[in-house]
Design a protein around this ligand. Structure first.
Ligand code: BJ8
Length: 387
């Protein structure tokens, strides 16, 4: 079996791979300059509100098991690792991003997260947005719009500033530029062979959220896209054309869960697309720049296809589209242990893909390395069935 060989990466690759760690210093510098920082936990958070107020939003979802045992002193053991780890990093002050956050914004997504925010409020200033659990009822749009306005008011009050519609529109434009570039970048993996491995793609997508200077980020992404195009044109990429092509769906990824991508790619396949919040779920669509900005944010964020919504048609629409666009041979779903929304929705995903003749495997995992060997065995068996 031919395995993926990692070639020397352009510098920009490493810059994105190291972005989370390097960002610690960048956030400290921003704080030293008196700039406010807002910690977030979810793709539903309308970050344009913070950017419009001159604040820096930063993702706090933790991706390692370093603080899980500390969190388990307070939280139940049988809880999703993302919640335990994130809570643990905040209360132990081990995450500089959480430490520097003047405000933490959460949403009523899954039960575990929303109850965790209540506990977090004992340590930090927390604002929780009331997220509707469905997307198409009239009340949902009304509620979400009023929640975005309530967030704007809370931010204005806490940071003693005023956020104009013009500033929100400008923030929307800037975020759209970044979304478009990230989409252009990952869509290069629709090529056969893709010019990057799935692990490289994941590190770029994950790392990009820790690049805080818009102008630099745009330049680096453009450079990276140009490098990747050249790699594709000269056939110098790291992936053999014969590799089976996998689309990943499920819970957010990064850090410890790279092990799932490593298991798949170690078995002679390549991950070409990520449907989850680390990838296309965040970047596939743009916020409408032609309508009133709060309405545009309401429409965009409410339409995110997460399993906390019932029903959740947008996840299925996106997944099917990615399978076609990226010529997927199979789909691998990663759910985190004890994640009820994704765990239960898994049966519908399996049925949906079966009906379309697309092979599917679901794996449940956490942030430990104890199942790495099992994941390798399961990935190898699954890739075998694609031959
Ligand atoms: S929009 S995927 S970031 S909620 S894995 S904490 S659902 S029990 S992370 Fe998510 Fe927003 Fe949805 Fe994306 Fe709960 Fe499940 Fe844990 Fe989860």
């Amino acid at each position: 079996m031919t395995r993926i060989h990692f070639k020397a990466l352009p510098e920009t690759f490493e810059s994105f791979g190291e972005a989370r760690r390097n960002g610690f210093l960048a956030v400290k510098q921003l704080k030293d300059q008196g700039r406010g920082v807002v910690g977030t936990f979810c793709t539903y958070t309308p970050t344009e509100i913070f950017l419009a107020g001159g604040l820096t939003p930063v993702g706090l979802c933790a991706t390692s098991d370093e603080t899980v045992s500390e969190a388990e002193k307070t939280l139940p053991r049988n809880l999703c690792p993302l919640i335990k780890s994130s809570y643990g990093f905040v209360v132990t002050d081990k995450c500089p991003y959480a430490y520097f956050s003047d405000l933490i914004v959460g949403e009523t997504t899954c039960d575990g997260k929303k109850k965790m925010y209540e506990l977090l409020a004992r340590h930090k200033t927390v604002h929780v947005m009331e997220l509707p659990q469905t997307q198409n009822l009239i009340y949902a749009k009304k509620l979400w719009r009023s929640e975005i306005l309530r967030l704007k008011n809370a931010v204005e009050e806490l940071f003693e500033l005023s956020i104009s519609d013009e500033a929100i529109s400008l923030a929307i434009k800037r975020r759209n530029v970044e979304r478009k570039l990230l989409k252009d970048l990952y869509e290069l993996s629709a090529l056969s062979p893709p010019p990057m491995t799935g692990l490289q793609q994941l590190r770029i997508l994950f790392g990009s959220q820790f690049k805080f200077n818009h102008t630099d980020k745009v330049e680096e992404l453009k450079q990276l896209i140009s490098n990747l195009k050249e790699t594709a044109q000269t056939n110098q990429g790291p992936v053999p054309k014969t590799h089976k092509r996998i689309v990943i769906t499920g819970c957010p990824m990064g850090g410890a869960t790279e092990k799932v991508v490593e298991a798949i790619e170690g078995a002679g396949a390549v991950v070409v697309a990520f449907e989850n919040c680390t990838g296309a779920k965040q970047y596939d669509r743009l916020v409408d720049e032609t309508i009133e900005p709060i309405s545009a944010l309401t429409e965009y964020y409410l339409a995110i296809g997460c399993a906390v919504m019932s029903p959740n048609p947008n996840r299925f629409e996106l997944l099917e589209r990615l399978c076609h666009q990226f010529k997927a041979d199979g789909v691998v779903e990663m759910t985190l242990t004890a994640c009820q929304p994704y765990g239960v929705e898994s049966a519908s995903v399996r049925e949906f893909l079966n009906e379309r003749g697309i092979k599917f495997m679901s794996v449940e995992t956490d942030y430990s390395s104890s199942d790495s060997e099992l994941l390798k065995t399961r990935a190898a068996a699954f890739i075998e069935t694609l031959s």
